[in-house]
Design a protein around this ligand. Structure first.
Ligand code: ADP
Length: 258
């Protein structure tokens, strides 16, 4: 575009947003959307102005996690109004297409949609804008880093997934494009037994070892449990539904460190 210089320097399309953070994972199903939703909700509960973009265009889960399956955004002055819930401003492809209608796009169309979420939505002034990225290292990740100055990326994994190369690949990708790694969140770390002890069903300290090996910080360890799953399925992140729970506190700690 006309505003692009010769050195790849671009104009920041969101100058009113203080911190832009990507939540990423190597694999799907590790709880990345759950983490993004709870980080956003925890930050908002502390009084911060927070936005969350569901950049998982082929598998949007933010509408379900916030209980907004039938929400449709308004358009005002040619800008799409984000939908606000639990103090978080949200945008998802799920608000624009029917949920039983799969999004079938080629990469460039998905990149265009993501850019529109950035430029055509009335985000206003925000302290944090969080991106729930699709798993892996594809078009969407690259579009994001080329469109916005990211403060950093938070990587989500399970203890088992860290044994796989996928998480390392995600870390390497962010290093290559000079996005700082804010840290690792280990999800499904342990099961909290009724007596208060922890059962490390997927093995202990996988995330800690990975974080140390990669020279990144371990921001938090989130237990596995029906509480997290149920609150995600019923549209109320556990940070909102049970703010006193061990799990909500772990998310809040991670959010503070972020
Ligand atoms: P991803 O975004 O990595 O694909 P999701 O956040 O959508 O993963 O989580 C996948 C499924 O696992 C969801 O049904 C979610 O409710 C569940 N889940 C995620 N984290 C936990 C957890 N700590 N305990 C129990 N269920 C979880």
């Amino acid at each position: 575009g006309g505003s692009c210089g010769h050195h790849g320097k671009k104009e920041n399309p969101l100058p009113e947003v203080a911190n832009i953070i990507a939540v990423a994972s190597g694999k799907g199903g590790v709880g990345k959307s759950t983490v993004a939703a709870n980080l956003a909700a925890s930050l908002a509960a502390t009084g911060a102005r927070v936005g969350l973009i569901d950049a998982d265009l082929y598998g949007p889960s933010i509408p379900t996690m916030f209980g907004l399956e039938n929400a449709r955004p308004e358009v005002l002055d040619k800008k799409i109004m984000p939908i606000e819930k639990y103090g978080v401003k949200l945008m998802s492809i799920g608000f624009l297409v029917e949920s039983d209608n799969p999004v079938i796009w080629r990469g460039p169309m998905a990149s265009t949609a993501l850019k529109q979420f950035i430029t055509d939505v009335a985000w206003g002034e925000l302290d944090y804008l969080i991106f729930d990225l699709p798993p892996g290292t594809g078009d969407i990740q690259l579009t994001l880093v080329q469109t916005l100055p990211l403060q950093g990326a938070v990587i989500v994994t399970t203890p088992q997934a860290v044994a796989l190369t996928d998480v390392a690949k995600a870390v390497t990708m962010f290093r290559k494009v000079n996005v700082p790694l804010l840290g690792l969140i280990e999800n499904m770390s342990y099961y909290l037994l009724p007596d208060g002890s922890k059962d490390y069903i997927f093995g202990q300290a996988g995330g800690e070892k990975f974080a140390r090996a990669q020279g990144i910080e371990l921001l938090g360890s989130i237990p596995i449990g029906g509480q997290v799953r149920e609150s995600g399925d019923t549209g109320k992140p556990v940070s909102i539904k049970s703010p006193e729970s061990e799990t909500a506190k772990a998310f809040l700690d991670a959010a503070r460190e972020t």
